[in-house]
Design a protein around this ligand. Sequence first.
Ligand code: ADP
Ligand code: MG
Length: 705
Amino acid sequence: MTTVEPAATPASSPVPLDPAAAFALLDTWKVPMPRQALADTPGAAAQAATGIGFPVVLKAVASGLAHKSDVGGVRVSLLTADAVADAARAMAAGIPALNGYLVQEMAAPGLELIAGLKRDPAFGPVLMVGLGGVWVEVLRDVALRLAPVTYADATAMLAELRGAPLLSGYRGAPAVDREALVHLLVRLGRLAVADPDILELDLNPIIARSDGVIAVDVRVVRAPFSTGVTARSARDADAVERVLNPRSIVVVGASTSRAKQGGRLFHYLLKHGFAGPLYAVNPRASVVMGRPSFPSISELPGVPDLACIMVPAEVVPGVVEDCGRKGIRSAVVYTSGFAEIGEQGREAQAALVEVARRHGVRLCGPNTAGVVNVGASTCAAFGMAFEVERMPSGGIAFLTQSGALGSSLLSRCWDQGIGFSHWASTGNEADLTLSDYLLYLANDPAARVIAVFMESIKDPQRFIEACERARATGTPIVVYKAGASEVGQRAVQSHTGSLAGDDAVYDAVFRANGVVRVHDLQALVDGAVALAWQPLPRGRRVGVISASGGACGVIADECARQGLQIPLLPAETVARIARIIPPFGVSQNPIDVTMEITVNPGMVGQVSEILLEESCIDALIVLMTTNADPPARVVAEGVVHAARAGGKPVIVARVGAEFLAPAAIAYYRESRIPLFPMPDRAVKALKAMVDVESAHRGVAASRQE
Ligand code: ADP
Ligand code: MG
């Protein structure tokens, strides 16, 4: 066997390993490959083929050739030494960059799969498996996990593929050796961890048969690579505590006019009842809105926990320095004009961070819309959402990287009686990041659920740490991530590289860490409300009560779409329900109590109780059409009573207009029953709850192995 010289390429850019090195690496990791030999002339190829035994496959070896079959660089089923030599000469003529040949034992036919690794710049190694071999880019049927993976993870990855039934044998084909595949995936995951220089790795295809798997085409791209994760030595919880729960505050740039941002911020702190010492720094005033104002931080009579900084960008570093000299350890920088505006802003931001580090000041922002802690009556934000008379409190902590959109959502939720524990706009995250706030909130009992509007994660390891803490404290995290359509910036050199795009990696990270992802803002809010107000379901089996056969059909369709089940009830339960509802109703799940509810509204509560007692039901959806007060209020009382006794989640959808049933709606809200105007929103909210339950259980199970 002769070795093909590795192609000369610039040392700085990542390059594929030459075949001999790739084979040696994969062999160490027990990746099954066909008998194979490299050759540099047609004669040597023919000789190698004779040694391997016919039939053989001949492949062109050429630097930078990613798809050999596209250029006639793969010839299968060669039966003689002459055929090999002829094919080799033809390849040499057709492929100018050719610098050798690979001769392989021809594998018996089987199911073609791809397995691969990619090192994500943020999250580190990602493992992929997919169906299709040469068709993989067409089918895009792949499953991803962060490496390493457990046997259970690898098994689940295979089960996730749309083409999973093919693995079990389809139309008479034998089932493939899943166990061999699972073991191979686990080994690849370990390889990724052990060899941090691997940037991309493709086994494409792996031919899977009932008697094992074999990788007939391998590609490995190596580069010295750092994930850019910077471990911080200091704990950040105290810094976040001072931002989200300060005992005393100074507003630097507090204006006497509410028409200015700095004035509005000061006004909101006062208006929403901040109880601790509150100072203004404004050299042109001695009093701001009735509070003492000082010309500079150094002249403050005390050392506040938090400085709220609302001054022009060029002045910010000096103010942060003053904070440090005074002993103020945390600051919220609202000022824009930093990294979000481009190169010049990035430099300004780096300089700001440098000043802050040097003087021991931790930063929220810059370019943040502020932070709110409702329980502590602290509204350190300037968005006009805070014109609200009183901020309703509740169990949802809401983190957002975009301040403006975040606070507009807040106000919309308040309109519907939904309250929050905290709201933080993390801004540019020059210092404190989303992960820091998450970690803090996971430990705060006031935050029953954390909703996140996310653009990107800056510090993946801390994010994962925060998710772990949230699971440990039973705090669900629901995320809407913008930018799902974005594609990775780095040019990719493998199938795995192109298929494991940024968004797919986020999916894998969320899944591995029990984070529930939703795909629209409405579902973020709806899911958070349901999680904050109702107990978690133990499974996905839904009982449905409606007064309309058509509505029952809508719920059934949406449940099917979301993977929720509407199980049949046992005969005795059906009989109990039949005794309550009119004879023309439907007493089997989904239950139709009919428009009789206008004269007998109490039956909804009675049927709810029966359903919630039923062991095959995990959650209840009540779907009302146009019922109006006062019967609507009687329905609400019955449902609330049943929900309190049942210990299972109950969600109500009311399609009829709100003006018809203000008393009923108010009662649902004060009783913390999630109420939606459309049936699909009720089902999606329940789906988020089911996902949280199974994510927390699933992560716990895979950690136990
Ligand atoms: P490329 O991906 O560069 O086009 P491959 O080495 O993957 O080239 O070969 C293309 C296809 O040829 C494979 O998907 C597979 O169907 C078939 N093939 C390649 N090598 C073998 C082999 N040793 N035994 C059987 N089939 C093979
Ligand atoms: Mg290939």
